[in-house]
Ligand binder design. Structure first.
Ligand code: ZN
Length: 132
């Protein structure tokens, strides 16, 4: 069972909470117990799980990524978005969440974030649900 989520990002660097959209995919397939794969098919974006309760956490992560991997540096890639490619690889293209009682088995403070590093763009997230 597979479904695509479409996202329109509005900034060059941004984290977008997609927990509810992913949960809706799980509910749409009516899976009570299983595994949910969340995959980002882009080279300048990523997906991560981290704190969703306090928005300053995502701001701090974005700020430190920017500090570690600046937009402008002596990169070889001519497209001008090497920082976005590097951030994408560091953060990663996929996450796995356990499904229990029809819900994503996230921790109390955890959310699933789509990570944009070269926006604004139209993006896709692929969600695959595997029933036990
Ligand atoms: Zn590029």
């Amino acid at each position: 069972m597979i479904k695509q989520i479409s996202i329109r990002t509005s900034k060059r660097n941004e984290f977008i909470d997609i927990t509810e959209e992913v949960q809706a995919v799980v509910e749409g397939f009516n899976v009570k117990s299983g595994i949910c794969y969340i995959y980002v098919p882009h080279t300048t974006a990523a997906v991560t799980i981290n704190e969703g309760a306090d928005p300053s956490v995502k701001r701090d992560i974005l700020m430190m990524l920017e500090k570690l991997i600046p937009h402008r540096a002596s990169y070889a890639h001519m497209e001008g978005n090497s920082d976005a490619h590097i951030k994408s690889s560091l953060v990663g293209a996929s996450e796995v969440v356990i499904i229990e009682d029809g819900r994503l088995r996230l921790g109390t403070w955890q959310s699933v974030f789509f990570c944009e590093f070269d926006g604004p763009r139209s993006r896709r997230v692929i969600v695959k649900v595997i029933r036990d």
